[in-house]
Design a protein around this ligand. Sequence first.
Ligand SMILES: NC(=O)c1ccc[n+]([C@@H]2O[C@H](COP(=O)([O-])OP(=O)(O)OC[C@H]3O[C@@H](n4cnc5c(N)ncnc54)[C@H](O)[C@@H]3O)[C@@H](O)[C@H]2O)c1
Length: 334
Amino acid sequence: MAKVKVGFIGCGGRAGAHFQKLVTFKEDVELVGYADVILARAENFRNKAGEGKAYTCYKQMLDETKPDAVVIAVEPCAHGAIELAVVERNIHFIIEKPMDLDICAAENISNLVAQKRIITSVGFQDRYQDITDKAVELLAGRRIGLVEGAWVGGIPGVWWWRKQETSGGQIIEQNIHLFDQVRYMLGEPVSVYAAGGKGIVRPAERNMPGYNVHDYSSAVIKMESGVVVNLFTGCYVKGPSKQNGLTFYCEDCVVDYALRSKLTFRDNQGNVETFNHVVDGNIEQTYILDRVFIDAIKSGDTSKIRSPYSDALKSLKLCFAAQKSIETGEVIML
Ligand SMILES: NC(=O)c1ccc[n+]([C@@H]2O[C@H](COP(=O)([O-])OP(=O)(O)OC[C@H]3O[C@@H](n4cnc5c(N)ncnc54)[C@H](O)[C@@H]3O)[C@@H](O)[C@H]2O)c1
């Protein structure tokens, strides 16, 4: 096969991470187009790559450069028409989470992608970590009762993050990574109940006009296996917080996943083992996600893609259910 022609829709922060990997795949990837409503961002990618063309209109980019695949990394509220245009043209895509803030629109895309056999990969790169593989291996066959986890920190700077309408809130935009890891490691959920709070973050004090997302929440997820998971989500913290990640309490051991850094195993015999997350230069989880996607397009074998759109939709639905539970006070059955 000739080189895989790749375009970008959205050339902001997260697209930059994919760009940085894809631009190194010179043997089999040609970067043909970059679209961003802020032209300077598209031009920045083009200048760094030294190939392709910059656009403000993604449809023009798709029609003129005819990519085989695109990376879609726009703000959560900007989805919808973009994916329809991409699917209509039978273009494979990587898409960042959350894939849409309208679950019906996401379901429609998932159905169209399946019908048209379009290859997709959603930005749950943590599924490709060495320590994720190790955690799956360590947990296999063990009796797990409780899992706790947290993503508690500050407020990201991008304009759209602080508003429910534009980001979906912290569970849907950010902690979706841990909700997804829970599904990847433990199987499917059956129900979720979540409570959340506001009032710690004072928008005027922090110069954050329009801030209206929950400051914090706690979600209790019951898994089909019977495991009970409690995930904390918080963005109000200014100072130090506890290590984010997941802790699995098994009958005979505890497995601690420190977010994107290490895994610690402690058993009832007093054994302690630590596994550090290894990053080899440019090669880490986003690199692997991108590499696996390109290889799938070349070979037609999608079996190594760990988060196709259809699967990622289940994590998105779980996060929407948690958010709905915060708003209604009800247990949501999945
Ligand atoms: N997987 C991860 O770890 C990870 C990390 C950060 C962000 N993200 C996700 O990536 C997505 C983008 O986040 P970001 O931090 O890059 O945001 P960003 O604001 O830095 O970039 C988004 C870009 O999309 C552009 N854009 C919006 N609508 C467009 C359109 N119709 N056509 C072309 N360009 C358009 C904007 O101009 C902007 O440059 C979000 O969904 C976010 O949740 C994922």
